[in-house]
Structure formats: structure tokens, C-alpha cells
Design a binder for this molecule. Structure first.
Ligand code: ASP
Length: 305
């Protein structure tokens, strides 16, 4: 991969996705060793800039960078001078003045990661920008499917729920369609934006029909923090129509897997008996996330395997 930054899946060529997934596969084994460290990025400095809460993504980037022997600094806006009014650009320029090599950014504004590339010398990785994209989530989702199913081509992938506010839905849709999967989107019409009609996806408002014959179901969280106004009559009605239950799973392929980017709202989009069942690969996604982020960091920083 010849890129300096990773901002979106939309901009990636299919061969770049394949190369990243191949590299990630080769990194999977490092996390199983007694000594989980390789010297690939020794002497490089990675900064995690998180302006929105995160459990999985920030710790995953931190662990990935450490397993590659990079030095890592975690910046959280809550305990910084952002609270005193410092702008995003000034904050980043000051951190970069410490000679960083790569910045990982999560921000509530769509386009924040791209904005950094207009003035930063360091590589930039988008760890989720508003409702735009979350490219490493899509890559880890793809690696999880690839490891379980052996291929992405021809898989029926159903993405369910709050598509409108989900950067994961956008990145996943771009990735899975580019890799030849059949993508079906399901959710209330108020949470299904019309721009998806320009992509090679199918929209099915009825979840029971959407999951018929599915290989992969990706459930999404209702992003209440991004909702202004009512997008559905009541939470109870949403649950009735869009919660994944063991009953609904009966219509899928017998070996279908259930995924979720986390954090899950138990009982809302996913019943606990599905979340904790053998069909759920939610923790496998988290495991694959470390390998994918190791691959992205090493490819962008030119580290050899
Ligand atoms: N963790 C994912 C994200 O940051 C999904 C979510 O928050 O629901 O986009």
C-alpha cells in the first residue's frame, strides 16, 4: 500500500483492501505468542487522539502499536486544553511538534481526519469521524468473516439498524460490496438514508425477510447521541421490529454469524441470548481488530514484515 493516510474505505482500491487483510492475517499469530512483540515500528511515535469516548478502538490501536514496538501516547480531549478552548488544529500542531509519526483520530465531526491531512506531516488514521467512516472497523469485520467463512465474495451480509448515523455501516457497505459480497440493509425508513440507493445494495425494511439465507448479520447500535428529533415512534416498537432474537435467526443459513461493532445495547438491537450464543463472533471481532490495526500502522509507516 503506497498511501500515507487511511481516511476511508471508499477511497481504497480492492487490491489495497486485500493487501491489508493479508498483512493482518500474518499478524494474528503474534498476539498468541508468549512474547507478543515484534520490532517492526521501533523508534516510531504513534499518538491516539480521541475526542469521543471509546473502549475498543483506542485500546486496540494502543495494543497494536505496542506489539509493533512503537512508542504510544494516548490523548483524551476530556483532560486536555481543548476544554480551555484550544482548537483542533492548534492541539494537533502542538502534539506534532513533538515529532510524531502517525496520528490516530476519533472525532464527532465528519471530515475531521481528512482535515488533519491538510496540514499534518504525520500519517493520519481515521478511527471514526462523525457519521462518515470507520475504516479499521470495516477491515476487522472483513477479517472476521474471512477467517470464519474463508471468503467474502458471494456472502450475503445483512446490516441492521441505525444505518443513517452509523459510520460503521458506511465503511462496511463500501468494503463488502467492493469485495463482491451481497449487502442488504435493513432498518426503519427514517434511519435508511437515500444515498445508499447509489450503491449496489438491497434495502429490505422487513428484518424477517432481510435475514433470509444470510451468512453474516451485522447489528448496529442506535446512535442516540447523534439523533436530533424522533426517528421512530417508540423504543418498544423499534425493538419489536429490529431486535435480533433466536427466533429471527432461524431464517438465516444454519452457520450464519452475528456481528456487532460494540458497544452493544443488550435487549435493544440484540437479545442477550443471541449476543452470548455460539453464533455471536463479537469478541472475535475485537481480537481481529488488533491484527488489522497492526497491519494498517505497519503498512502506512512502511514497516517491513
Ligand atoms: N464503536 C462504533 C463506532 O465508534 C460503533 C458504535 O459506537 O456504535 O462507530
Amino acid at each position: 500500500m503506497k498511501r500515507k493516510h487511511l481516511i476511508s474505505i471508499e477511497e481504497l482500491e480492492t487490491h489495497e483492501i486485500k493487501e491489508t487483510l493479508e498483512t493482518a492475517k500474518s499478524f494474528l499469530e503474534i498476539s498468541k505468542r508468549p512474547i507478543k512483540k515484534v520490532p517492526t515500528l521501533r523508534g516510531k511515535t504513534v499518538v491516539n487522539l480521541f475526542f469521543e469516548p471509546s473502549t475498543r478502538t483506542m485500546s486496540s490501536f494502543e495494543i497494536a502499536a505496542k506489539r509493533l514496538s512503537a512508542d504510544v501516547m494516548n490523548f483524551s480531549s476530556a483532560s486536555s486544553s481543548v476544554r480551555k478552548g484550544e482548537t483542533l488544529k492548534d492541539t494537533v500542531l502542538n502534539l506534532e511538534a513533538m515529532n510524531t509519526d502517525l496520528l490516530v483520530i476519533r472525532h464527532s465531526a465528519s471530515g475531521a481526519a481528512k482535515f488533519l491531512t491538510t496540514f499534518c506531516k504525520s500519517s493520519v488514521v481515521n478511527a471514526g469521524d462523525g457519521t462518515h467512516e470507520h475504516p479499521t472497523q470495516a477491515l476487522l469485520d472483513a477479517l472476521t468473516v474471512l477467517e470464519r467463512k474463508g471468503r467474502l465474495n458471494g456472502m450475503k451480509v445483512v446490516i441492521v439498524g441505525d444505518i443513517l448515523h452509523s459510520r460503521v455501516a458506511r465503511s462496511d457497505t463500501f468494503l463488502f460490496t467492493k469485495m463482491g459480497s451481497k449487502v442488504v440493509l435493513s432498518g426503519p425508513s427514517s434511519l435508511l438514508p437515500s444515498y445508499f440507493s447509489s450503491l449496489p445494495v438491497k434495502v429490505e425494511y422487513n428484518l424477517d425477510k432481510a435475514v433470509e439465507g444470510a451468512d453474516v448479520i451485522i447489528m448496529l447500535r442506535l446512535q442516540l447521541e447523534r439523533m436530533v428529533g424522533g426517528f421512530f415512534p417508540t423504543l418498544r416498537e423499534y425493538r419489536e421490529r429490529y431486535r435480533l432474537t433466536p427466533w429471527r435467526l432461524r431464517a438465516t443459513k444454519p452457520d450464519a454469524i452475528v456481528m456487532h461493532p460494540g458497544p452493544i445495547n443488550r435487549g435493544i438491537e440484540l437479545s442477550s441470548d443471541v449476543a452470548d450464543s455460539g453464533r455471536s463472533v463479537i469478541l472475535e471481532q475485537v481480537e481481529k481488530g488488533v491484527a488489522v490495526r497492526m497491519a494498517v500502522l505497519s503498512l502506512l509507516l512502511g514497516g517491513a514484515r
